[in-house]
Design a protein around this ligand. Structure first.
Ligand code: HEM
Length: 133
């Protein structure tokens, strides 16, 4: 019964995307709502529409009351790892695998690689600028 919470990546959560196994993310917390699908006052279809995804905005937009917020604890299974956090737009995630291949550690921090890339661009920019003058 440790206090530490289980960490999941977005791709791990996204595998739980069916009516037999339905996880959703709300405000960086992961909820297993499989058993709640039939009981949700807003219907199972809206939950299944968000299955395996970040439903923070959708959850807030509905204006869920305190009853709904209190229920969240019941379904809590862990958190999404901030280091593996990505926007829900699919465009950016496409970059991640290509960068991971270049790095031998699976725990590699892509932010650091992006920083190095930015630094390289800046340094080359300055060099080019200097030689042009
Ligand atoms: C674990 C997550 C969720 C829980 C525990 C939950 C719980 C509830 C509860 C208790 C209500 C009744 C009204 C209230 O108390 O505010 C409700 C209504 C509703 N929920 Fe959720 N909800 C969850 C996620 C979602 C998501 C992700 C969506 C949208 C994609 C959604 C859409 C709705 C809608 C549209 C209603 C209104 C139904 C109506 O008034 O006819 N819910 N929800």
């Amino acid at each position: 019964m440790g206090m530490e919470s289980k960490m999941f990546s977005y791709s791990e959560v996204s595998a739980h995307n069916s009516s037999e196994d339905c996880w959703i993310i709300i405000n960086s917390k992961v909820y297993n709502v499989t058993s709640f699908l039939n009981d949700h006052p807003g219907g199972d279809d809206v939950l299944l529409g968000q299955a395996g995804k970040d439903a923070s905005e959708e959850f807030e937009d509905v204006g869920h009351g305190s009853a709904a917020r209190l229920m969240l604890d019941e379904f809590y299974v862990g958190e999404v790892d901030p280091a593996l956090n990505r926007p829900t737009t699919t465009t950016n995630t496409a970059l991640a695998p290509a960068i991971d291949i270049k790095h031998n550690s699976p725990k590699s921090n892509n932010k650091f690689l992006y920083f190095l890339l930015a630094l390289t661009v800046i340094v080359f920019g300055v060099e080019t600028g200097e030689s042009a003058t």
